[in-house]
Design a protein around this ligand. Structure first.
Ligand code: UDP
Ligand code: MG
Length: 340
């Protein structure tokens, strides 16, 4: 049944001018909301293929006056809708909420800070509307303006993801995307709590056209990503998409066990052949103890990571909690139409 309704939606999309939803997660973006709203409006109103569009802003528990800005624009323009979370749930939760809420035939996700150029949207729309592609994605080709150490760790992460996880995470891929309805529904069908979009996008498959652009600096505000947040995000990504770290821990255990067998055999041989088996000093013993206990702790840590993720999943807590919204949310509408 869902496949059938997707076909009907697609035919409808081909007939009339499509409705586009712009999903924008915002965390402390009071200075960016106005700039983004104006620049997007400028692009959308100039583009003849677009007659109908909406903004879906997600206020991810901002501490500044982002919510006031959103209230203001929602009152001024009926195409602006917003959800405001009860606290900061993170960008992944905000994106999930935005995609669930978006009503468009096509959905664009973009950052509030205008690092993603809205002027690319018409070209992205043409690519997906043609029907050959289901998603138009963007990647930045330079890491200009980024600290060297951050670029280095980012490259290590992409290399590790390619080696360890079975999905290709594209280097420099941004969350600035234009997706067809079928693609969005596929993303929403993955209900996991540990969301890692950079992996979910390639995991669902479909055909993606890539657009490239030069990295731009934020127009206002500051990045929400500290170096440690990025490291934790990368580790979460690896745990979410691969169980190879568990296999690596097991292989290390087997290798150390084999090495110990060789050492035992060597000692027995020396004893039988009348050689001394006394070892000089305590340094070698200490090194062996530190080495093996280090590997043991590492393995327990790896196991703990998977256990913690499984624990979060089985609790099935909501991805986010809405404190305020500009109107009825699609979820409430769906519930009331079911008599819930
Ligand atoms: N963001 C969010 N919740 C968070 C952190 C960030 O909704 O906890 C939003 C933020 O407002 C912005 C986007 O996610 O619109 C990307 O964040 P940022 O620009 O800080 O990341 P960067 O572009 O530096 O990777
Ligand atoms: Mg940004």
């Amino acid at each position: 049944m869902p496949a059938q309704s997707a076909v009907v939606t697609d035919n409808a999309v081909m007939r009339k001018a499509p409705m586009i939803s712009l999903v924008v997660p915002c965390f402390n973006e009071e200075a960016s909301v106005k700039l983004l709203y104006e620049e997007v409006l400028n692009v959308m109103e100039k583009n003849e293929g677009v007659t109908d569009f909406e903004f879906v802003f997600i206020d991810d528990g901002s501490h500044d006056s982002t919510l006031n800005e959103l209230r203001k624009y929602a009152a001024l323009d009926s195409r602006v809708r917003y959800l405001s979370f009860s606290r900061n749930f993170g960008k992944e939760a905000a994106l999930f909420a935005g995609l669930s809420e978006a009503a468009g035939d096509f959905v664009v996700t973009m950052d509030a800070d205008l690092q993603d150029p809205p002027s690319l949207i018409p070209e992205m729309l043409r690519a997906v509307r043609g029907g050959e592609y289901d998603c138009a994605a963007t990647r930045r080709v330079t890491r200009k303006g980024e600290p060297l150490i951050r670029s280095f760790f980012a490259r290590c992460f992409y290399y590790l993801m390619a080696k360890v996880a079975n999905i290709e995470v594209v280097d420099g891929a941004r969350d600035f995307r234009l997706m067809s309805r079928v693609y969005v529904d596929a993303i929403l069908s993955l209900e996991e709590r540990n969301r890692f979009s950079k992996g979910i996008f390639p995991w669902v498959g479909f055909k993606t056209k890539w657009f490239e652009y030069e990295n731009r600096r934020r127009l206002a505000g500051t990045t929400k990503w500290s170096f440690w947040k990025l490291i934790i995000y990368a580790l979460n990504g690896i745990v979410a998409f691969s169980s190879k770290p568990l296999a690596i821990a097991s292989v290390m255990g087997i290798l150390i066990f084999l090495a110990s067998l060789i050492l035992i055999a060597a000692i027995v041989f020396r004893k039988i052949t009348g050689h001394s088996v006394n070892v000089d000093g305590w340094a070698s013993t200490t090194c062996i103890i530190l080495f093996t206990s280090g590997i043991q702790l590492f393995s327990v840590g790896v196991l703990g990571q998977y256990l913690a993720k499984a624990y979060t999943e089985v609790k099935r807590r909501p991805h986010y909690i809405i404190r305020e919204s500009s109107g009825k949310t699609r979820a409430t509408e769906r519930d009331s139409s079911l008599g819930g």
